[in-house]
Design a binder for this molecule. Sequence first.
Ligand SMILES: Cc1cc2nc3c(=O)[nH]c(=O)nc-3n(C[C@H](O)[C@H](O)[C@H](O)COP(=O)(O)OP(=O)(O)OC[C@H]3O[C@@H](n4cnc5c(N)ncnc54)[C@H](O)[C@@H]3O)c2cc1C
Length: 457
Amino acid sequence: MVKTNAWDVVVVGAGAAGLFCAALAGQRGLRVLVIDHAKTLGEKIRISGGGRCNFTNCHSGPSNFLCQSPEFVNAVLQRYQPNDFIALVKKHGIAFHEKHRGQLFCNDSSKAIVEMLMAECQKGKVMLRHPVTVNTVCAPRGASSAGFTQAKQVDEVPATATATATATATAAHFPPEATQLDLWRLQTTDGAIQTRQLVVATGGLPVPAIGASAWGLELARQMGLAVTPVRPGLVPLALDPKDQQGFESLAGLSLAVEIQAGQPSVKTQDPPVTQHPNTNQSYGQAAFHEDLLFTHKGLSGPAVLQASNYWQPGESISINWLINSEANLIFDESRHGGKRVDNLLGQIMPQRLAQAFAEKLEFGERRWAEIGKKDRARIIDQLTNWQVKPTGSLGWKKAEVMLGGVSTEEIDPQTMMAKRHHGLHFIGECLDVTGHLGGHNFQWAWASGFVCAQALA
Ligand SMILES: Cc1cc2nc3c(=O)[nH]c(=O)nc-3n(C[C@H](O)[C@H](O)[C@H](O)COP(=O)(O)OP(=O)(O)OC[C@H]3O[C@@H](n4cnc5c(N)ncnc54)[C@H](O)[C@@H]3O)c2cc1C
């Protein structure tokens, strides 16, 4: 076995986007190496969708994404659509079902998607090496930036990292006289590597325990590319104990609500990259009609995860607990005026929540007819527009995605290549593109990986 150190393409990050891109590029005849610092590959796919991987959404489109440039997202999504990935899943005989609003999940384990990606990589004769850490990256001579030295990792990488080859390289593709002028040069714990094209697919910062790192973001910064501020997304929110009061015993209770978060977008002439680096960028305002889950620390469930993408520290979120159109009729005085507020609430929401609200509203034991007009309006307002200011999110450990990342202004959506650095590509979650809950984030990984692979070839 001859171990080559010269490649057409090196992909850093063997997650959803990296493996998919590598497989397609390999199948188009390129010699592709994928490097990952994790011991076990595809862990995020394995834990996704509660172990069943919500691998796409039939309705995925630009309106399901948060990005400063919907045009950028659209240009990429158009080229590889949910049906394209569904066809691949079917070809591999993976059974799946639609759960809710176009969300497609594996019937069995999400491991089937990891195995499918590995099989596609094998078909493209892709070489996988892991756990391997990249210590330095040198741009081809003449490129506008100096070398990159690895930043501190979020997780622990074994000091004596070894390389595991799952495919065999036959011979170096580049002629011996190829000079380093054309090539990206990487120093890794598995030796020096050269490549014509470098693809960064290191994902976002959620779940550091399974390999998340800021490597891709640091590389972009050191190459002089704009990176928009990052923060945890699709994440549960914590409540102040005083707001939590009365709700403590509700942990585990789930109900459908309408939730709203964020501030209306204000269009300015300034591109987002000019923002102060410590200022979170706003993605506007959005409302979701989904299930909310009470937890010991605050609020979670699909409704809150969706809202968390639009929520910024210091802001309130608004919850309408009475989304049933008949709910308001319950307060019709002529029919129900003689009933106590707690009993009325019990007719339109789970009994435990009704009790908690009756205590919070201070009128629980009063009859509806006995309550003054102003106080009634206040009660209805609190039930339909309950404003609460979360104290924070549960952070990277509990987040599903990263908001922000490498600015899309730096990337050509036809190739996923940095406009200012020939041969340097960014795909997947490390870009400033974040999907709503429901399979959109994987669809972004597949689509951006596809577009990049076409350009590499
Ligand atoms: C709990 C959970 C559940 C989720 N469920 C869903 C779901 O059902 N549907 C959905 O659409 N989305 C889901 N997501 C989001 C989805 O997993 C991600 O958006 C998607 O995996 C991003 O793909 P990626 O390839 O960009 O990054 P990743 O899949 O995260 O892959 C990045 C890879 O890069 C490697 N890496 C990182 N740093 C380095 C480094 N310095 N050197 C070498 N390698 C490195 C990592 O080890 C990893 O293998 C979920 C996320 C979480 C956390």
